[in-house]
Design a protein around this ligand. Structure first.
Ligand code: G6Q
Length: 547
């Protein structure tokens, strides 16, 4: 580590220049900025792959961008990016490489970890997944009693659930509609019950996805799945036809009773939340087929290449990350809303929530020192236009600053009446209204009674990014996910945090296990928790047993 690295980013001249610049910008309005520069809406745009970002409706100028770019250079974002692509162990707390980009490297490309080219291993697993998916989809792979597999249930949680779940919904129109795909994650037994209650075990395949194969929720659901399946199929040998595993832990998979021949591996250099383009996406590959899955990987790769090679000035993920830094660290915004104008992307904000908040929700830097500025934002959202009839009110007229990413698609999957134009009219109108508002004079000029004018006035000046994509497909979904992966990377690099560990999750995995025996024990247990936990625990035991 050079001495340079040890300087907190907030002490650098680049950061201080931005703090000073913020004082100049904080009261400038988007109305002023657009009035001063008629080309703003054309100039403040950037393209990467099929993604077009218009960032003109942000409270910034060309000077702001120059200063943010200088900050990125000072923080060594490009160097860290290059280290990631070179397979260096940039996940310092777990001493691991971070190579989700290798999962979508084309055959023949070379990426080394500890001197071993990992690309052939990646493609070997993809080939096995392709073969398996084709057999299930074609009906060649049958269940224990010879019936065709009609239902696939993915059992996993967190990184082993959110990606395939989101993508299955996003690409529903590309899935084999003769099959049913479901996702069970919660240890709440109702999740498993609802997913299986109308299905026939003879036609149901479970894909148990767990990097560690020790996660409480997944192991509990997998056990229940085994019992549910065997209750009908009887014979233990049926497990081979109805259960496959995706994991890095072959011993635990074998102990569960799944033949390692039916296991698809991945590697410790793939973080859970960066994994759905690995074997973790097996259920998705069964749903959309190997060719569409390849197209998804090509989309990821297109943005990887853009991120790897474009200068910061035209690097879409880096610019999106820097704009986020501007609001997070200088305007003091706590949150970011991601608003996809596509119903297929209903789960996209939830997916991003994990990607961003688990990656950059940290308060010490890579050297373990407390960070003296704000780090990862609170990410949330829902598809437009639904949100417009609910929480957008607060974004328009509330007191909080909520920068938003609006994601729109120029072509709809299905032509239904005039819906697409109405959808996109809303996508466009909302960013316009947020940016420019409606002044008291404009409201009054419409003949609104004076006492109502303040209520109907919109201050505007609410910042938005508009991301416009030709259409939603496996290829563009891969691009969108890679965009946000690298955005999160950029921000983590600027804050000098390790975006690739998740000790908060690890803690949760341990804590509940200490309480389980106290809930299971027949006799009233001796409790040594705090008084709140002790009282709640006793009340729970009483209520549970009282029916
Ligand atoms: C993701 C996290 C976490 C993880 C789950 C499931 O980056 O590490 O969400 O994916 O806890 O872990 P397993 O795959 O090991 O069951």
């Amino acid at each position: 580590m050079s001495k340079e690295d040890l300087v907190p980013i907030t002490s650098t001249p680049e950061w201080k220049a931005l703090s000073k610049h913020y004082k100049k910008i904080q009261d400038v309005t988007l109305r002023d900025l657009f009035a001063a520069d008629p080309n703003r809406g054309e100039d403040l745009t950037v393209e990467g792959g099929d993604l077009y970002l218009d960032y003109s409706k942000n409270r910034l100028t060309a000077e702001t961008m120059t200063k943010l770019i200088a900050l990125a250079r000072r923080a060594g974002v490009e160097e860290l990016r290059d280290s990631m692509f070179a397979g260096e162990k940039i996940n310092v707390t777990e001493n691991r490489a971070v190579l989700h980009v290798a999962l979508r490297a084309p055959r023949g490309e070379k990426i080394f970890v500890d001197g071993v080219d990992v690309v052939p291993e990646v493609h070997a697993v993809l080939d096995r997944m392709g073969d398996f998916s084709n057999r299930v989809r074609s009906g060649e792979w049958v269940g224990h009693t010879g019936k065709r597999i009609r239902n696939v249930i993915n059992i996993g949680i967190g990184g082993s659930d959110l990606g395939p779940r989101m993508a299955n919904e996003a690409l529903r129109d590309f899935t084999d509609r003769s099959m049913t795909f479901r996702f069970v994650s919660n240890v709440d037994g109702n999740d498993f019950w609802e997913a299986t209650q109308d299905l026939d075990p003879e036609e149901t395949l479970f894909i148990i996805v767990s990097k560690t194969f020790t996660t409480l929720e997944t192991m509990t659901n997998a056990q229940s799945a085994r019992e549910w399946s065997l209750a009908k199929l009887g014979d233990k040998s049926s497990v081979a036809k109805h259960f496959v595993a995706v994991s890095t832990n072959e011993a635990a998979v074998a102990e569960f009773g799944i033949n390692p021949d039916n296991m698809f591996g991945f590697w410790d250099w793939v973080g859970g939340r960066y994994s759905f383009d690995s074997a973790v996406g097996l259920s998705l590959m069964v749903a959309i087929g190997p060719a569409a899955f390849s197209s998804l990987l090509e989309g990821f790769h297109a943005i990887d290449e853009h991120f790897r090679t474009a200068p910061i000035e035209s690097n879409l993920p880096m610019l999106l990350g820097l704009i986020g830094i501007w609001y997070n660290n200088f305007f003091g915004a706590q949150t970011v809303a991601v608003l996809p104008y596509s119903d297929y992307l209903a789960d996209f904000p939830t997916y991003l929530q994990q990607l961003d908040m688990e990656s950059d929700g940290k308060s010490v830097d890579r050297q373990g020192r407390p960070i003296d500025c704000q780090t990862g934002p609170i990410v949330w959202g829902q598809p437009g236009t639904n949100g417009q009839h609910a929480y957008y009110q607060l974004i328009h007229q509330g007191t909080k600053l909520i920068p938003c990413d609006f994601i729109g698609f120029s072509r709809s999957r299905h032509k239904v009446g005039d819906h697409q134009n109405l959808l996109l009219a809303n996508y466009l109108a909302q960013t316009q209204a947020l940016a420019f508002g409606r002044s008291a004079e404009e409201v009054a000029a419409e003949g609104v009674p004076p006492e109502q004018v303040p209520h109907r006035t919109f201050a505007g000046n609410h910042p938005t990014n508009s991301i416009l994509v030709p259409e939603l497909s496996p290829y563009t979904l891969g691009q969108l996910v890679a965009l946000y992966e690298h955005k999160v990377f950029t921000q983590g690099a600027i804050w000098n945090i390790n975006s690739f560990d998740q000790w908060g999750v690890e803690l949760g995995k341990k804590l509940a296990m200490e309480i389980v025996p106290e809930l299971d024990s027949a006799a009233e247990p001796e409790l040594a928790h705090d008084s709140s936990t002790n009282t709640l625990l006793r009340r729970y035991r009483r209520q549970r047993d009282n029916n």
